[in-house]
Design a protein around this ligand. Structure first.
Ligand SMILES: [Ca+2]
Ligand SMILES: [Ca+2]
Length: 488
């Protein structure tokens, strides 16, 4: 009898210890939320008090926000290629939006983030804009994904059939230069981003996902054209809209001419001449508020799901956006408003609720950090970013790193905790001190007092810019102008 009790006890203990080690070995799931063109006007980054993002703030309260996070490139395509491969644009040669990822030999031979998790036994699924379109076509068919919505040959739910009240504020001058409320019949559930979010919510709430899983949801707004249901426009009455605090009429007077060659952008001029500046800001704010609601819905679904306690959340925006600052309406520049991004992490057992880190980090760091958090061995010799787990555990930990944004051949923007250094292909420079100049109004590059700062920052730049086997021909400025003209 005694023996039987002991055997039962032993078996029970064995089972318990088995369950324990199983729980310990259980890899965490990943909820990967991408937002397109969302700049630092969000309430978590305090870029502009007009933006309302309570759900993003609530998410930040659950984990850590990196307040000095920047993109690897200030354009959708190269930024996302860098995130998904862990490789800098200056290493891969993938500098511009139209370069296809698989036609770049370096990126094509890399293990992309979804493939990495698939190879490590994860079920990999996603919806919406995670790559820049070209990953979901007949040729690539969503390489690395077990499941994609709407399909492996289409990443964004169709805009077709949505009756937008499209007035083309700039008279059809450029396809994307449009904003305004959707037709009154269109609800959030009909909006492409609502459809993407609903797919993610359903997959989480069904509770039937094979674990561990990687689930990606890519939200397209507030990328232009800025369409959202009327209720979101109502939250930002036009008469209350303020022009950006960071705008200064003569701001470009001390900036080298090279910036214009790199990022020629006449949109703000057009917007101002047609008296559309405030309506355009209103639309960006409306779409940001809509995106914020969707973030709340997706995170809320995770919390109600069986996966809540064992899922890492990472939310990122692919680059920033200038709403008039430095005379520009757009991305495609190396200034703070275009490079600074939202980067929020919730990692159970690693991050502490409601923390922020001011250390300079990059979207390139997502891949190595996810590998580290999940205990998966990263691909050898591929990743150029940093593992952020030390900062997650101690947001003020020593960190001797700077962070780099690449835009086109030999144009670099480098951010330390205090300074931004920019150098263009022709060798001209800018330097800003964020301790005293958050809007980057005063270019200190020619001030001899900062020679040492510049020298140190220059040493952090890539030394090769023309990858082997990759041909990159920088577009000539007059070709770009001709292209812009033909679109008018
Ligand atoms: Ca983008
Ligand atoms: Ca200036």
């Amino acid at each position: 009898m005694k023996q039987t009790v002991y055997s039962i006890l032993a078996v029970t203990l064995l089972c318990l210890s088995g369950t324990n080690s199983q729980a310990q070995n259980k890899k965490p799931n990943i909820l990967f939320i991408a937002i397109d063109d969302l700049n630092d006007w969000t309430s978590t980054l305090n870029g502009n008090p007009q933006a309302k993002t309570p759900n993003l703030k609530a998410l930040a309260a659950k984990g850590i926000t990196f307040t000095n996070a920047h993109c690897a490139a200030p354009a959708c395509g190269p930024s996302r290629s860098a995130i998904m491969s862990g490789i800098l644009p200056s290493t891969s040669g993938n500098y511009v939006n139209k370069s296809s990822l698989i036609h770049n030999p370096i990126l094509n031979n890399s293990i992309l983030l979804p493939e990495f998790f698939q190879q490590n036994g994860y079920y990999v699924c996603g919806a919406g804009k995670l790559f820049h379109g070209y990953h979901f076509n007949e040729e690539v068919k969503g390489r690395g994904f077990d499941e994609y919505f709407p399909s492996k040959t289409q990443d964004l739910p169709s805009f077709e059939g949505l009756k937008f009240n499209s007035k083309l504020p700039l008279g059809g001058w450029a396809r994307q230069a449009d904003w305004g409320p959707c037709h009154p019949d269109v609800t959030l559930d009909d909006h492409p981003d609502g459809i993407t979010a609903n797919w993610a919510k359903e997959r989480l709430l069904e509770g039937e996902l094979q674990e561990p899983f990687f689930l990606g949801a890519g939200i397209f707004q507030p990328h232009l054209p800025n369409y959202a249901p009327q209720e979101y426009f109502d939250r930002f009455p036009l008469e209350d809209i303020e022009l950006p605090e960071g705008f200064k009429e003569d701001d470009l007077d001390d900036v080298p001419a090279a910036h214009a060659k790199m990022a020629h952008n006449p949109w703000l001029k057009r917007i101002r001449s047609t008296d559309q500046w405030k309506p355009a800001i209103q639309a960006y704010l409306a779409c940001t508020a809509m995106v914020d609601d969707l973030i709340g819905q997706i995170v809320g679904a995770l919390e109600k799901s069986p996966y809540a306690d064992n899922t890492i959340i990472v939310l990122w925006s692919d680059h920033g956006f200038q709403l008039g600052e430095k005379g520009r309406w757009g991305k495609y520049s190396l200034w703070e408003r275009a490079t600074r991004v939202n980067l929020v992490w919730v990692a159970p057992g690693v991050t502490t609720r409601g923390t922020t880190s001011p250390r300079p980090v990059n979207l390139l760091d997502i891949y190595p950090t996810l590998a580290s958090l999940t205990g998966c061995e990263p691909p050898k010799g591929q990743l150029e970013g940093n593992d952020l787990t030390a900062l997650m555990k101690n947001p003020e930990a020593d960190w001797d790193k700077t962070t780099l944004t690449v835009f086109g051949y030999k144009n670099y923007g480098l951010r330390s905790e205090r300074y931004r250094y920019i150098t263009y292909a022709d060798g001209t420079e800018e330097l800003y001190d964020h301790q005293s100049d958050r809007w980057e109004w005063e270019n200190l590059a020619d001030n001899p007092e900062y020679a040492e700062v510049k020298k140190e920052m220059r040493q952090e730049l890539p030394t090769h810019h023309q990858p082997k086997g990759v041909t990159y021909i920088p577009p000539k400025p007059n070709q770009q102008k001709a292209k812009a003209k033909s679109k008018k």
